[in-house]
Design a binder for this molecule. Structure first.
Ligand code: UDP
Length: 342
């Protein structure tokens, strides 16, 4: 596929949530590909240090005026929308936060995107839109039946995009349905850093570092081989590449698409813990507790569509590599904090 991101005129990309975990890995890759960036982030979970200072506009998506001003000033060719609340458990206890941050704010952004005649949009969606799929691996045409407000709030935005694209022939989008994103920049420049991390690999590694006394396994009675949930863990660097491929695909004038982002195979919670112990060399304490509300037993991507349409080539499809890069980052973070990217 022709690579328009490498052309002489740099592509201008407006990135919401670009200072967050996934957003910052994508902005790093876009920068390295020669794009010009404006990162719009309220820095509630993102880090100032994760992006170049002259790329950053601190602002909230709920603030239409500030958002419009930033977009107008930057004149993007495309919008990449990462900013969102992302914790399944929290979405169950505080659903309205999720509908506001993930659905209503996306609506603000889309309205401004069209007002300013920006016609290319890449959306961070999630496998949580499938709910508890009956099909493994799950294809993009499976029924959407989210079982938590997080998935439902993202599904709403997918619907906005679909309806908008149907009504407006100019507007093209790619929704990327992420499976379980993990790992970190192999050079240790970026990684995950949340105040209260809930994701399995991060919790396991922080437990190995002694930041938590034990790791809990949420549910051992699922209908899976070892009773724990199975997820398709995808390296954040491969996911970042999927965004570059999606952007290039849109720049080539191609049609809107919804695409799974995963490797097509999964690991159980126990398998992840075993690998985390092997990589860290720490036999940290593990406690089996009840199920966490909103968790489906299995989520595995059918990734044929993204490979076929975007010629996406994953390079880090290996649980050990994922955990090793995350471990490198966790140790660096513990030692010297989040360092300004250069
Ligand atoms: N999980 C767990 N203990 C933890 C964190 C997560 O057992 O401390 C389980 C969780 O119940 C799910 C899987 O690990 O089955 C992946 O959860 P995570 O929060 O990492 O991602 P999600 O699938 O919710 O996006």
């Amino acid at each position: 596929m022709t690579n328009l991101l490498q052309s002489t005129k740099p592509v201008r990309v407006f990135v919401t949530g670009g200072a967050g975990y996934i957003g910052s890995h994508v902005t790093l890759a876009l920068r390295e590909a020669g794009c010009e960036l404006c990162v719009y982030d309220n820095l509630t979970t993102g880090h100032r240090e994760a992006v170049l200072q002259d790329e950053l506009v601190k602002g909230d998506l709920a603030d239409r005026k500030a958002l419009g001003k930033a977009m107008k000033a930057f004149r993007p060719d495309a919008v990449l929308h990462f900013a969102a609340s992302i914790e399944v458990g929290e979405s169950v206890s505080d659903p309205l936060k999720y509908y506001r941050n993930n659905s209503v704010n996306a609506l603000n952004l889309l309205e401004l995107t069209r007002e300013l005649n920006v016609d290319k949009f890449v959306f961070s969606s999630t496998a949580a839109v499938y709910g508890s799929p009956q099909q493994f691996p799950v294809t993009e045409d499976a029924i959407l039946a989210p079982i938590n407000p997080y998935g439902a709030s993202k599904m709403m935005t997918e619907r906005f995009l679909d309806d908008l694209a149907a009504a407006d022939q100019e507007f093209k989008y790619v929704s990327l349905r992420y499976f379980n994103v993990a790992g970190a920049d192999p050079k240790g420049r970026l990684g995950q850093d949340y105040a209260n991390p809930t994701h399995l690999i991060t919790r396991a590694l922080k437990t190995a570092l002694g930041k938590y006394p034990k790791l809990q396994i949420f549910g051992t009675d699922y209908a899976t081989q070892d009773g724990t949930c199975i997820r398709d863990y995808i390296h954040v660097v491969d996911l970042a590449q999927a965004h570059l491929d999606a952007l290039n695909y849109l720049m080539l004038g191609s049609d809107s698409q919804v695409l799974n982002c995963g490797y097509g195979h999964g690991f159980s919670v126990r398998e992840v813990i075993d690998m985390a112990k092997q990589v860290t060399g720490v036999d940290f304490p593990v406690e089996e507790v009840g199920r966490r509300p909103g968790d489906p037993a299995q989520l595995i991507a059918d990734n044929n569509k993204i490979i076929r349409l975007l010629s996406w080539h994953p390079r880090h499809d290996d649980l050990k590599t994922i955990i090793e890069t995350a471990w490198f980052w966790e140790q660096k973070l513990a030692l010297s904090g989040f360092k300004q990217i250069v």
